[in-house]
Design a protein around this ligand. Structure first.
Ligand code: SF4
Ligand code: SF4
Length: 439
């Protein structure tokens, strides 16, 4: 049952016009790359190189540490100058392999032999995904080889590819679908073979008509699998896993549950593209497309960037800023991470960098709740953000615990809509942190 939407949600200005017509461009390689060993959910990778060692582009530099972890590869060739703690998007003290580029690339642009995925079995395919260090590129950064290999007692019958890109400002998935539709369809077929299923949907919001058309055309050529493109109503957070699953299948993931509980696996379009590169060309995940945007960026656009390149280096390549930014966000404005400086590297889960001007980030002090109920009506998880916020403010975590705080997907819709400007999702994060520490 396709319902094309979900309960709640908001319609923030999408601000995609800054970059949604700008074709992909490669950024130059920085002189120094700071490659974090933790770019994923789970344990950090273990370094397998030493300071002073020369590495090739794509060489393994961090070995996955256990099941929920991911390999990390050299994104540039050069000399490992140190392995030390630096500020990363996920930690102020994240261990990084710092590589000074020596400028001699021997794999970029090389014509690689194409593997025939039809001749490979599930284990071999998953092995290639795991070895390439692929994680969810939609932002969650969960190791993809684990997601594509659910426990034997969970039956999967549907694959959903997330092309909704509902976050304002970001246009990188839209551009990828418009320019590489055949590759995305081929990647979808590979993921379907791994999962042993024959049905997939690609969900795309209706504000991306060119992407919808391109993928419909590419999918029409597939005779062996059923791949259906689903235009979705525009509403944030349409791209959240549970909301996407409901919009496309009508199935509701239970509280505390996972997509596999309703027989579904969800992958982002960028991840599907990376799966194809890994399986067909044995290409490790060392780069991705990101959107660099905001009205104060001199050359906003959709850029291909190597992991480990710092925001300051990226900004220089993008012509700098017309004025000092008031806020810098890695990702989109709703779910992204606010950065307090620019010496932070891009990682696998970075979908964009947004620079906001002073007049776009007015901070007004929050006031008391007036019980208007707007936060409740927009919450896609059917929570009571107002009550959670009130409990958090009074540090009554005993009350908050009964209001299902861990079902919150941190979409920020409640904070966005609140007329009293209450930082509700921040309050809920505080509750989650306090309760987690108690457990
Ligand atoms: S939207 Fe804000 S003011 Fe209205 S009920 Fe929720 S917390 Fe209270
Ligand atoms: S409570 Fe959580 S899930 Fe609900 S609107 Fe707020 S941030 Fe989103």
């Amino acid at each position: 049952m396709i319902v094309h939407s979900f309960h709640g949600g908001i319609h923030p200005p999408d601000n995609k016009h800054f970059t949604n017509r700008i074709p992909f461009k490669y950024l130059s390689i920085p002189q120094k790359s700071f490659i974090p060993l933790q770019q994923h959910i789970g344990k950090p990778a273990t370094p397998v190189v030493e300071a002073g060692q020369f590495v090739e582009e794509g060489q393994l530099i961090g070995q996955a540490n256990g099941l929920i972890s991911a390999n990390v590869h050299a994104t540039v060739p050069g000399k490992v100058v140190e392995i030390a703690e630096y500020h990363t998007p996920y930690s102020e003290h994240g261990l990084c392999v710092v590589i000074e580029s020596d400028g001699s690339f021997n794999t970029s642009g090389r014509v690689r032999q194409k593997n025939d995925f039809l001749t490979l079995d599930k284990e071999a395919l998953i092995g290639k995904v795991q070895s390439a260090g692929i994680v969810g590129l939609g932002g969650a950064a969960f190791p993809t080889s684990v997601k594509l290999n659910p426990p034997a007692n969970r039956t999967i019958d549907t694959l959903i590819i997330n092309g909704s890109e509902c976050e304002p400002y970001l246009t990188v998935d839209d551009m990828l679908m418009r320019t590489h539709p055949e590759e995305i369809i081929e990647g979808t077929q590979i993921a379907m073979k791994i999962l042993g299923i024959n049905k997939a949907y690609i969900g795309i919001e209706k504000n991306k008509p060119l992407a919808i058309k391109a993928l419909q055309t590419a999918a029409a050529n597939v005779k062996t699998h059923e791949i259906t493109i689903i235009p979705l109503n525009m509403r944030y957070p349409q791209g959240a896993e549970k909301q996407l699953i409901y919009a496309i299948t009508g199935r509701e993931v239970p509280s505390g549950g996972l997509p596999m509980d309703v027989h579904v696996v969800v992958q982002n379009v960028g991840t599907i593209y990376a799966i194809r590169e890994a399986v067909l060309f044995d290409k490790p995940l060392i780069e991705r497309y990101i959107t660099v945007t905001g009205k104060i960026v001199r050359k906003p656009g959709n850029y291909k960037v190597r992991f480990g390149m710092r925001v300051s280096d990226i900004l220089e390549e993008c012509g700098g800023l017309a004025e000092n930014p008031s806020k810098i966000i890695m990702g989109g404005p709703m779910c992204g991470l606010a950065l307090n400086h620019m010496d932070i590297p891009v990682v696998k889960g970075t979908s964009g960098i947004l620079f906001l001007a002073k007049d776009e980030t007015k901070v007004t002090p929050f006031r008391s709740c007036i019980r208007c109920g707007r936060c409740v009506s927009v919450c896609p998880m059917n929570l009571m953000p107002c009550d959670l916020g009130n409990a958090a403010e009074k540090q009554r975590y005993d009350i908050a615990e009964k209001l299902h705080p861990f079902d919150c997907i941190m979409c920020g819709s409640c904070s966005y809509i609140c007329p009293s400007k209450r930082p509700l999702s921040h309050f809920i994060k505080v509750v989650q942190t306090a309760l987690s520490a108690k457990r």
